[in-house]
Design a protein. Sequence first.
Length: 320
Amino acid sequence: MNKIIQLCLMLVLLAVFSGSVLAVAPIAAPVTDTVTKNVAKTIALSCSNADAADVGEQLTYEIVVSPAVATGILDPVILNTVKFTPALNYEGDAAFSYKCTDNSAALEFDQEIVSLNIVPPATTISSDEQEYEERKDQYSEYDNDFYSFKRKYERAQDNNDLGELKRYEDKLQDLEDDLDSLLERVDNLEEDVEDTDDRDLLNHIRDLQEDIESLQDKVSRVLDDNSQDLVAQWSDQTASGQTTVPRSTPASTTAVDKPVKVVYEKLELPASTTVTPANTGQESLELSSTQQNYALTILIGGVVIVLAVIIFLLASLLKR
C-alpha cells in the first residue's frame, strides 16, 4: 500500500516537474508608432503564444515602465491596447515598456519596449494657397523669360540684326500680354482672400502683385527704349527693296554698316565766281573772262611745245 502511495506521489511530482520544464513564455514584439502633437492615440500592444499547447489562451498585458511625465501619460490597459496622451506642446520621442503572460504560470511572460515619436500636425494647404503657389511659379517663369529675351534682344541690336530684333520684340510683347493676364488672376485671388482671415496669405499675394507690376515696367522700358529705332531701321530696309532679312552672324566676321553723319558747310567763293547747280545734281563753276583767257593761252602754248618736239624728232630721223 505504501508503495502504491509512493508511486502516485512520484507520478504527481513528475507531472508537475515536466509541466514546469516544458512551459514556454509568450513572445512580445517591439512597437514603434507616430503620435500627433497634442492629440491622444491608442497604441496596440503585440504578443503571441510560442507554445502550441498555449495557443488559444488569452494573453494578459501589463505596463512595466511608464513614459516620462514630461513626454506624456498612459491610460489603463484595455485588452491589448493602451491610450497614450502626449504632454502639452511636446514634440520628440517617448517610450514605455510592457509585458504579457499566457496565464499558464507566473513565470511565463515576455517584455518589450514601445517607442513613440510625437510630431507636429501635418500642414494642410487651402485652395487659395495652392493657387497662390501656382501664380508665384508662373511669375518666376516669366521673370526668367524676360532676362533671356532681353539678352538676346540686346545682342541683336549690337549685331544690327533686324530679323532677330523683330523676333525678340514680338516675344517681349507676348510676355507683356502674359503678365497682364497673370496680374488679373492674382487680383481676383486677392479679392477672394480678402473675405477670409488669412492675413499672411493676403500679404504674400500683394507682394506678388508688386513683383508682377515691377516686371511689367521692365518689359515696357526695354520696348519703349528701342521700338522707335527698330521701326526706323525696318522702314529704311523695306524702302530699299530688301525683302529678306539677314540672319544674325558673329560681329567679328560681318561688316556692320555704321550711320554716316553728313555735314554741310557753306563754301565761300570769290565775288567773280558763281555757283550754279546743274540738272544732274552736280555743281559747275562759271569762270571770269580773264581766267578763261589765261587758260586758253596755256592750252595754246602747250600745243605749240608738243608740235615743236614732234618736228624736232622727225628732223632727227630724216638726217639719219
